[in-house]
Design a protein around this ligand. Structure first.
Ligand code: FMN
Length: 142
């Protein structure tokens, strides 16, 4: 049984290249002890990460990730569980730092990540509107 989670988040503050390197290195060391594999992409202040492994190990990592102050606006893109093959069987935590890679072929990927982030901010805004509406209704009812 394998569980796989994909999410995006925003850097809580600007992270330097050595800081991202260090984060990915420690993540890889921890993951190898827990049979977790995956990839971590960083671009324009956004993380996109895929983690996969035994369901309990992934659930536990996910709750740590939600509490990690180094990133915010964590948006779960997909969570799946079942008899699946790993996407990254060889990668303890592969770091892909797109900001350090000026290859023009990566531009569409960077643009896509920015678009996904903008969409997630729209979802937050929509929720805020709904909350305000619910609040207004409650006040009116009283
Ligand atoms: C973007 C990002 C990705 C991370 N990826 C991993 C990871 O793949 N594996 C891992 O063990 N920790 C990862 N961490 C660190 C965890 O959030 C957490 O600090 C670490 O698992 C220790 O958690 P604990 O103190 O709850 O045991 C990541 C942190 C960030 C900000």
């Amino acid at each position: 049984m394998l569980k796989r989670i994909k999410y995006i988040s925003r850097f809580a503050k600007q992270l330097s290249t050595p800081e991202i390197d260090e984060l990915a290195k420690i993540a890889g060391e921890n993951n190898s002890k827990k049979d977790i594999t995956g990839a971590l992409m960083a671009s324009g202040g956004i993380f996109f990460q895929v983690i996969e492994g035994p369901p309990e190990a992934i659930d536990s990592l996910w709750s740590s990730l939600l509490k990690d102050p180094r990133h915010k606006d964590i948006l779960l893109l997909k969570s799946e569980e079942g008899e699946m093959e790993r996407l990254f069987p060889e990668w303890r935590m592969k770091k892909i730092d797109l900001d350090r890679n000026s290859d023009i072929r990566n531009e569409p990927l960077k643009a896509m990540l920015q678009t996904v982030l903008r969409q997630s901010l729209m979802i937050y805004e929509l929720t805020a509107v709904l909350e305000r509406a619910a609040w207004a209704e409650m006040v009116e009812a009283n």
